[in-house]
Every structure is written in C-alpha cells, then in structure tokens.
Design a protein around this ligand. Sequence first.
Ligand SMILES: [Ca+2]
Ligand SMILES: [Ca+2]
Ligand SMILES: [Ca+2]
Length: 491
Amino acid sequence: MKRTLVFLAAALFSLPAAAAAQSAACGACPAVINPATTDWYVDPVGGLDQDPNVTPGAGSKSMPFFRLSWAVCYADDNDRIFLLPGIYSPTLNGESYPIQFGSTCSMLNIQVIGVAGAASTILDGENTVTSASGILRFRLMGTGGRLSGVTVRDYAGTLAAIRLGSTTAGFETHDVEIENCVIENSAAWGIGTFGPSGALGPLKFHDNLFVNCATDGMWLSSLDGTGGGVIFNNTVVGCNNGIRLQGGSWTLMNNNLTSNAACGVFDFCDPTATACASDAGTGCPLTFALTNDYNNAFGNTAANIQGFAAGPNGLSVDPLYVSPGTGNYHLQATSPLIDAGTTALPPQNETDGDRDPRALDGDGNFSAIPDIGYDEVAKYTFVLSSGAIKQGSTASFALGGPVGGIGNLFLSCSSGNLQLPICGNVLLGLIDPCFSSFGTAVSGGPPLVVGPIPVTPVLTGLFIHTQAVVVDVSGATITGCQTTNLLSNQL
Ligand SMILES: [Ca+2]
Ligand SMILES: [Ca+2]
Ligand SMILES: [Ca+2]
C-alpha cells in the first residue's frame, strides 16, 4: 500500500501576476533512471521553471517549479510531484496539456498530489484542450501511478479528461490509482480506460466526484477482457451515464450514481441497453466479470442499473445532498447513505474526497461504517482557528460537534493509517512520530491550544499533521470514540 500524504489546509488562493514561464522544451530522458524517490514541488502562482541540472535545488520545496508540465520533464520512477494550490491552465501559468505520465520516459509509480486537495488545486483545460490524450494520461511507463487531490475540469475533446491506456500495444497502463479528485465539465468522458489496462495490477478509482461529463463519468472498458479494477466510493452526478462497463473484471462498491441523463451504471454488452448507449451490444460479447453491491443509483432518467442486478445491499434513494444547485454534493446529516456502505474497503481507501478519514461513525451509534459516495460525514469537525501549524508557532484548534465529547489532540510528522479500536481511522504516523503532543478539551468548549511547536532539525522539511480523537463519556464511562478530519502544515 502506498503511503498517503494527507493535507487539508483550507487554502484560499489568489493569482497575482504570474511569474514568467520558461519556454524551453523538455530535454531527453535521463540516461540513468534513478529508482529513489525524489520529491518535486510546483507552485503555479510563485514558482519558476528552471533546470535542476543547471540550478541546483530547482523544483525543491524552497524553489518550486511553475508548471506541472515542467516538473514532468524531470520526474522519473518512484518520484512524487506535489502541487501547491492554484489554477494550472494554458492561459494562467502556461500549462501545456495533455500531460502524459510514462509516454516517452519511464515514470513508474509516479505520484501527483494536490497538497491542499481538489477544492483549491485545479487542472483547467479551459474548454480549449481537445487532445485525444485528454488533459492527463497515464501510459505503460506510468504504471503504478497515483493521482490525488486535484480537480480536472473543462476538457473539450472527444475522449476522456483523464485517459488510461489504449487498444494499441504499449499504450495500456496498469495499477493506476485516482483518488480524492473532482472531474467536472468534460465534453466527453471523465475517466476512460482502454485496451487491457489493469491486467497487470488493478486500476483503483475511489473517493472521486464526477460532475457534468457529457458522455459517461467513467468508461470502464477492457476490450480483451484481461483488465479491470476496483471502483469504490465515487459519486457521479449530472453526466450522460454514470458508469459504462465494457468487458474486463470490475468490483463496484459504495458508489453513488444520481441524476444522470441516461443510466446510472450499465453493461454496454447488454444488447437491450440502447437507452444508455445507442450502439450498446456492438462488438460484444466480451469477457466480463462484475462484483457489485452497496451502490446507490437514484434518479437516473433511463435506468438506474441496466444489464445486471443491484447487490442485496444496493440502494435507490435520494442522497439528500447539501446543496446540489450550487454544486455541493456533500451529504446532509440525515442522508440515508451515511453508514450504509460496505466495511470491506480496500487498503488504499483511507480518506474521502475531502480527505476526511474513512470510516467515521456518522449516525452516532459508535459503529464506524463507510458512507456511500465520495463524502464521509464527520460527526465532529476539526479546524485551525488561529495560528499556524509550523515550527515555533502556537496553533489553536476548534472542535465542532455534539457537546459532551472530550477531545484529544495528536500531532505527528508523518502520515499513516492506523485503526484505533472503537475510534476509527487515525491518519497520523503514530507508530513513528517525530513529534507528538496531547491535550484535552470539551467539544463546544474552549479551543485546543498547542505550542509553541518546537523548532528542531527533526521537523525541518517535514509536514506536521494534526488530528483529534474525541471520546464520548457518560458519567465516568467511555461510551464511544470518534476521529476527526486531518489538518496539516508547514507548506
Ligand atoms: Ca526517481
Ligand atoms: Ca460513516
Ligand atoms: Ca467529508
């Protein structure tokens, strides 16, 4: 399992006059692939594209690049590219789409991570990117890739905003994970998989929100039947179809498919599925295997599910979104999707689309069960109310939620994924903390205050993560425990 770096800074960003983009093209692939993990940073507001072979330190946290497409010139196997908040677009920072991972140079296991999450890290095609390779594409030498915490929007072409694979040999890709992303306003598909992609390691799409894709949110195909993947906890709303399945081996769990113009989810090789796709059944049958349960399909015009039956725990209910008219597809506290998913999450499903931990007890019965869809509802909220999570700073944190709980605050300098009994998912690296602290407060009461956080070489260059664990008490008896969302620092 890949380690997940989780950052939930509620970063508001602005776009002052952009630093000048460099116009030089990428050089040749490195003569020798460095299997070590190199971390690259990109800041589309204040970064500068320089050649790290000429300017030592270029692309580091203190000297970030300006464009993702520049970082891709230097990344190789096992590297991580951290994207700071902002809009990455052709007109604003000179971004050049499509960006392909593993097209001409080896980028096995490349990770691209929006450090502040999808709400403030925008890869914008500006409705001018029409390439058949989409806005982003993973290819064979990008096998093992991971994309986390970005919005990919406004693709104007006829394929997919995020394209994986091809029926042309050498273009397929495997073992790619896409998580915590928003894919919206695509003129065609949101994510499209093609050829035998996934045959050498399943594709993993989870905790993503798809909105307004003119064809399907996800086109999951494996035309030779050898590919496939695990598709968990996605929400697809307002597309033509939610999910199109076309051969291969797929597991669909905890997905939420609503208000799509044709079908929620369908088997393209069902020849009667013409209300979902007019050419359904052509080029079929294909080898196809499906595990399907705990999905919600509701309010899709032609059919909620076409070509197979919902599992015994499948639902067709109104999710009760917070404000769908304004694009807020989080769940109200009374949503029937809360605590309605399968508990059998794959190990990579650590957080929801907001990077709230999965699973949380959303209905207050002390049983932490995943919600259906991309949002996990938190009973307690955890926000930075003053200060900063940085060395030498004092920070105050506010706990929101039912009055009566006792909050314990934890800090550490690495991310982990630890299941505490009763409490649920703690995302801190508690097993190898470089620094930790502890405090108590009553929820609804005074803020939790930590600091000053020591200035120590141990902390320099590392992220500090904070998360609260809230214990419910009745008299002198602990009756329950909840983890909150995670906050991070030091960028
Ligand atoms: Ca490397
Ligand atoms: Ca839950
Ligand atoms: Ca959430």
